[in-house]
Design a protein around this ligand. Structure first.
Ligand code: ATP
Ligand code: ZN
Length: 287
């Protein structure tokens, strides 16, 4: 029988490879460890996973060789293929940045006027220069962009940065952000109805995984006279669960906290009299 499968393209090896596989795994999709590392399948979800170079993924998705793909926004927008971006995935975060020699006096983008800029992202750089009304010369090179200024090939570079340590080691400083990027799910524009149903099922799982990754389950003990104040500090999903403790005058409070407000709220909870605070990771979160 010919079962309909959702064909997913992910990076074969590199910075997105492990996180892409991890995401599928966290969505409950177990992949067969075949000898053939070009593609694999799953026994418990109708997918076929193709392992490709990230740069090729937008083209494969445009051509419907793959239905969907996981790739950095930087690659999606540079390749400029006809695909839809359907979901940001929360990993592979980096920025495409302009960097110049650390000793340069840089005030604003007008510094780049008439300069040579080395990059592997000629389209995004051209759009950035046009937006800022700056004329500069773009030198497209295929790799090791960060050494270009040092060897006299360029005055500035536009490259991907996460920590900035590569720039630092090469005597460069970051001066502008061209694009903030993270891994996204892209989709073929003419996806068939059956494939769309499979994609919707996958996206439902991905959203539950993303929500779980961004939230923690919190349990704490509160003296009853402080309960109201403590509950007010907890945003929760709806309202927190409050259970009486065996010890009179105390309650146990359960709620959910998002990662980004986490430490701030913990500090205020302790200050308000909360005790024995337990923080537990959440496996999945379905709303
Ligand atoms: P491939 O062999 O698949 O072409 P690559 O060398 O082009 O791999 P990687 O270096 O593995 O690509 O990066 C893949 C993606 O990871 C980038 O396109 C970007 O979206 C993301 N990324 C996150 N942080 C960084 C970073 N600090 N430097 C480069 N890429 C990063
Ligand atoms: Zn690549």
């Amino acid at each position: 029988m010919n079962v309909n499968k959702l064909k997913i393209a992910i990076q074969k090896s590199g910075r997105l490879a492990d996180d892409s596989l991890k995401l599928l795994k966290d969505c409950g999709i177990d992949l067969k460890n075949g000898v053939n590392k070009l593609k694999t399948e799953s026994d418990n979800f109708p997918v076929e996973v193709y392992f490709l170079r990230d740069d090729d993924i937008p083209q494969y998705v445009e051509d419907a060789v793959a239905d969907i793909g996981i790739v950095g926004e930087n690659v999606v927008y540079e390749k400029n293929k006809k695909v839809d971006v359907v979901e940001q995935l929360g990993f592979g975060k980096c920025r495409l940045a302009v960097a110049v020699g650390r000793g340069e006096g840089y005030d604003d983008v007008s510094y780049l006027k008439g300069k040579k800029i080395a990059t592997t992202y000629p389209l995004l750089v051209r759009q950035f220069l046009e937006k800022n009304k700056v004329n500069a010369e773009i030198h497209e090179i295929s790799g090791s962009v960060e050494i270009a200024p040092g060897i006299g090939l360029a005055d500035a570079i536009v490259d991907l940065v996460s920590s900035g340590s590569t720039l630092f080691m090469n005597g460069l400083k970051e001066v502008e952000t061209v694009l903030q990027s993270q891994a996204v799910m892209i989709r073929n524009k003419q996806l068939g109805a059956e494939q769309q149903v499979l994609l919707d099922r996958l996206l439902f799982r991905i959203r539950a995984v993303k929500r779980a990754r961004n939230n923690k389950y919190i349990l704490l003990n509160a003296p009853n006279e402080k309960l109201e104040e403590i509950i007010r500090l907890l945003p929760g999903m709806k309202s927190p669960t409050v259970l009486p403790l065996a010890e009179a005058g105390w309650s146990s409070v359960h709620s959910v906290l998002s990662e980004n407000e986490f430490w701030d709220i913990i500090e205020r909870l302790t200050a308000a009299g909360a005790q024995s605070i337990l923080i537990v990771p959440i496996e999945k979160m379905v709303m």
